[in-house]
Design a protein around this ligand. Structure first.
Ligand code: UDX
Length: 420
């Protein structure tokens, strides 16, 4: 970072780093004392990973508070940026007070809602800025800090601290719920012969529902949704409330992987000695992040079932290989597809939508595509001669007229005259 090199892929970030560093507005140091010495405001942006029991691990929050108490000047405003359970600011404040006698400080919460892949845009053109403040000084300092954005009309919402902390967890859990809802609908659509994409379109025209985050697919991954969902559940339980809906959201998310794996199995019969190509390994397009990537969860499932799996991702291949060494990685989609009995589209990078289907078919052992993100045009894939298994939409099978669905209840199979 000190050299202006971004250690991860995030569009536009390295250019912005270079620009701000050259202008003298941004610098980095590994010395806490140097960073904190003259600070008016300190943002704590450390990771809050999940502990084995799902709770947020706040060790880095506490050690940040200790460093601040050691080095920051009196009057500093300490702002939580990290996603933390409600009540954490109070803990931070207690630590600051215990670590330094007579330390004058204010604590505030300012949750971050940016998405990987569009981080800069989300930060500089935010839907809303949330500040949880309980003192005039913190309110004044944060209002001034964001004035350039509020002057442009971006909305700033002021709450108490616990509300700001909880609003972040609530937002992520709600978005995850929308995705899981769409995935449950996909399972029903597959059985009913309906199209989940169109169902989502219809639902999305209602402004109370909104179309965003209703894309059925392999489910959500990444470093935020899975961990924030469990952290919220644990926090609620600690407060004596069982938020059972959160568990169901997770279960539906896992089921999305099961459904995709079942399609591969249905298409290929036995997976032993079969080669499966996976396009897209990052948890979503536009990033090289593979943490909790549904693509890798699926790859792991297929490997365990005996398949050989070869993946390709425009940015995340190296990270994927590090996480899952049994995975072979190819240097382009066509190389990945060569000799494959099935191709799974797992992460919908734009470039995959424009693949030369005829060329793919030529190099593959069997012409089978499982589209985990509904990225292909069913008519085009069918015209190119592939058996095509989309998500929550009718499959296009070239050589057979039925598709065996996973976990299908016998009762559902029963026609008017009883089980067939
Ligand atoms: C998320 C929140 O959106 C952001 O506000 C918060 O600050 C951090 O967590 P991010 O993890 O970058 O951001 O990814 P996001 O774009 O929200 O996608 C999360 C996952 O959901 C991805 O795996 C994505 O593929 C999946 N997803 C998203 C779906 O499966 N369907 C959808 O309709 C939308």
């Amino acid at each position: 970072m000190t050299r202006g090199v971004c250690p991860f892929y995030e569009p536009g970030l390295e250019e912005a780093l270079g620009r701000e560093m050259a202008a003298g507005r941004l610098s980095f140091t590994a010395e806490a004392s140097e960073a904190l010495r003259d600070a008016d405001v300190v943002f704590i942006c450390v990771g809050t990973p999940a502990r084995a029991n799902g709770e947020a691990n706040l060790v880095a929050m506490e050690s940040s508070a200790r460093e601040i108490a050691r080095h920051a000047p009196d009057g500093v405003v300490v702002v939580e940026k990290s996603t933390v359970p409600a009540g954490t600011a109070e803990r931070v404040g207690n630590t600051l007070a215990r670590e330094r006698n007579g330390f004058r400080f204010d604590v505030a919460s300012n949750p971050e809602f940016l998405r990987e892949g569009t981080a800069l845009q989300d930060a500089l053109q935010p839907d809303r800025i949330v500040i949880g403040v309980e003192s005039e000084r913190a309110r004044d300092v944060l209002r001034r800090l964001y004035q350039a954005l509020t002057d442009q009309g971006y909305r700033l919402i002021e709450t108490d601290i616990a509300t700001a902390e909880l609003a972040k967890h609530a937002s992520n859990a709600f978005l995850a719920m929308k995705i899981s809802f769409a995935n449950a609908l996909a399972r029903i659509c597959e059985r009913a012969g309906a199209d989940v994409t169109s169902v989502a379109e219809v639902m999305g025209t209602d402004p109370r529902i909104d179309r965003a985050f209703l894309n059925a697919g392999l489910g959500y991954g990444g470093y935020c949704f899975p961990k924030d969902l469990t952290a919220l559940g644990r926090m609620a339980a600690r407060l004596g409330y069982e938020f059972t809906l959160l568990k169901e959201i997770e279960r539906l998310n896992d089921e999305a992987i099961d459904a995709a794996a079942a399609k591969v199995e249905d298409a290929l019969w036995n997976l032993e000695d079969k080669r499966v190509a996976i396009l897209g390994l990052a948890f979503k397009p536009g990033t090289d992040d593979v943490r909790f990537s549904p693509a890798l969860a699926l790859a792991q499932r297929l490997l365990t079932a005996g398949a050989r799996v070869v993946g390709f991702d425009p940015q995340a291949s190296a990270n994927a290989k590090q996480d899952l060494p049994e995975l072979e990685v190819a240097s382009d989609p066509y190389e990945a597809a060569t000799g494959a009995h099935c191709l799974v589209l797992a992460t919908e990078w734009e470039e995959f939508r424009h693949l030369d289907l005829a060329a793919l078919k030529q190099v593959m052992a069997y012409p089978v595509i499982v589209d985990g993100r509904n990225a292909f045009d069913p008519a085009e894939v069918a015209a190119a001669g592939f058996a095509y298994y989309p998500t929550g939409r009718p499959p296009v099978l070239q050589d057979r007229s039925t598709v065996v669905l996973p976990d299908l209840d016998e009762a559902l199979l029963a026609g008017p005259d009883g089980p067939r």
